[in-house]
Write a protein that binds this ligand. Structure first.
Ligand SMILES: NC(=O)c1ccc[n+]([C@@H]2O[C@H](COP(=O)([O-])OP(=O)(O)OC[C@H]3O[C@@H](n4cnc5c(N)ncnc54)[C@H](OP(=O)(O)O)[C@@H]3O)[C@@H](O)[C@H]2O)c1
Length: 311
C-alpha cells in the first residue's frame, strides 16, 4: 500500500494539468553585471537560459561537461552580447569533478547572484557511475546537493542569492516515495520514469532542508518544472526510446525558450525576492506530490547525501 495515497489532493493534479499548458510570466528587467552560475548550459533549457540572462547583461559562469561545446557557446555569447562568459568543465558522473567545481565556486571572489542547477540526464536502464551510484541520482540530484552543501556558508554570507533547481513534474512518477535504503535499486524494479522521479524527488526533499538552513539569510532556494520542452533529454538512450520520443513526445513538446523565460522570471523578478522553498510549474506556484514533502525522509536523505557525496 502506498503510504502517501491518502494525502493526494485531486485539485493539485488538476492545477498541474492546467499549468502545463500555461505561458510563463515575463520579466524584462536589466541584469547587467550580476553573476549567474548555471550547470548544463550546452544544450536545451540551459542553453536558452544562459542566452536570455546574457541578453540582459548578466555575467555567466557555466559548469558543463563538454569542452568543445562550451568553447563554441562562450564565443557565441561574447559575440552576441559582449558580456563576460566563463566555463568550468565538470562531468557530474565523477564525484571528484563535482567537488572540483564546488572548490572553484567556493573560491570565487565575486558574489553569485543566481545559481541554477540545470544539468540532468534521463536513462531508461539502470546504470552506475564509477563512484558506484545510480547515474540519474548522481547527475540530477547529488551534484546539486554537493555544490549547495559546499557553498552554503559562502552563500549565507553574501548579500542576496537565488538558487533555482530545474526540477520536474516527473518527481510525481516516484509515487511510493524515495526509497533511501534502496538507492541502488536492488529491491525495486528500475524504470526510467521511477529513476528520474526519484532523483527529482530527492532534489525537492533537499530543498526543504536547505530552505530551512538558509532561513533568516538573504539566500532563497526554489524549484521549478521548466515545461515539457523539446531538448536533447533522453537522446542518450536506445533506438526504441528515441523512436518513441520523436514520434510521441517531441510533436507536442514546446520550446525551451519558454523554460528560459520562466527561469529569468524566477531569478530576477522582484516578486520572487523573499520567496523560498517553493515549487513552480513555469512561474505558477504548485504543491509538489506528497512524497516530495515528507520531512522525515528529507532529514534522512540529508545524512545519506553527506555520506554518499563524501562531504
Ligand atoms: N526537456 C523537458 O521537457 C524537461 C522537463 C522537465 C525537466 N527537465 C529538466 O531540465 C534540465 C535540462 O534538461 P534539458 O531538457 O535541457 O536536456 P538536455 O538538452 O539534454 O540538456 C541537459 C544538459 O545537462 C548536461 N549534462 C548531462 N549529463 C551531464 C553530466 N554527467 N555532467 C554534467 N552535465 C551534464 C548536458 O550536457 P551535454 O550538452 O554535454 O549533453 C546538457 O548541457 C534537466 O534537469 C531535466 O531533468 C526537462
Amino acid at each position: 500500500m502506498n503510504p502517501y495515497l491518502k494525502q493526494y489532493t485531486w485539485s493539485n493534479i488538476q492545477a498541474m494539468l492546467k499549468n502545463n499548458k500555461s505561458t510563463p510570466k515575463e520579466e524584462h528587467k536589466d541584469f547587467r553585471g550580476h553573476l549567474v552560475v548555471i550547470t548544463g548550459a550546452t544544450s536545451g533549457i540551459g542553453y536558452e537560459t544562459a542566452r536570455l540572462f546574457a541578453s540582459h547583461g548578466a555575467k555567466l559562469l557555466m559548469i558543463n561537461r563538454n569542452i568543445k561545446k562550451s568553447e563554441q557557446f562562450k564565443q557565441e555569447i561574447t559575440r552576441d552580447y559582449n558580456v563576460q562568459c566563463d566555463y568550468f568543465i565538470a562531468d557530474f558522473v565523477h564525484l571528484d569533478q563535482i567537488h572540483a567545481a564546488s572548490d572553484m565556486l567556493s573560491h570565487l571572489e565575486t558574489d553569485i547572484d543566481v545559481l541554477i542547477h540545470n544539468a540532468g540526464v534521463y536513462n531508461t536502464k539502470k546504470k552506475f557511475t564509477d563512484d558506484d551510484i545510480e547515474e540519474v541520482f548522481q547527475v540530477n540530484y547529488l551534484a546539486s546537493f554537493i555544490i549547495n552543501y559546499r557553498l552554503k556558508e559562502k552563500l549565507r554570507n553574501q548579500k542576496t542569492v537565488r538558487i533555482i533547481y530545474v526540477n520536474s513534474e516527473g518527481h510525481r512518477f516516484a509515487m511510493a516515495g524515495l526509497k533511501i535504503d534502496d538507492l541502488r535499486w536492488e529491491r525495486q524494479r528500475y524504470t526510467g520514469l521511477k529513476g528520474y522521479g526519484s532523483a527529482k524527488t530527492a532534489q525537492l526533499l533537499s530543498m526543504i532542508q536547505f530552505s530551512s538552513y538558509f532561513q533568516g539569510s538573504k539566500v532563497t532556494i526554489n524549484a521549478m518544472h521548466p515545461g515539457d520542452v523539446k531538448t536533447n533529454m533522453g537522446e542518450n538512450n536506445g533506438n526504441i526510446y528515441k523512436f518513441f520520443k520523436h514520434l510521441i513526445i517531441n510533436p507536442s513538446a514546446r520550446s525551451p525558450i519558454l523554460s528560459a523565460q520562466a527561469l529569468y522570471y524566477l531569478g530576477v523578478s522582484d516578486e520572487m525576492e523573499h520567496v523560498s522553498g517553493k515549487f513552480y510549474n513555469f512561474t505558477t506556484e504548485e504543491t509538489p506530490a506528497p512524497h516530495a514533502l515528507d520531512v522525515g525522509v528529507a532529514e534522512k536523505l540529508w545524512e545519506k547525501s553527506i555520506e554518499m557525496g563524501r562531504l
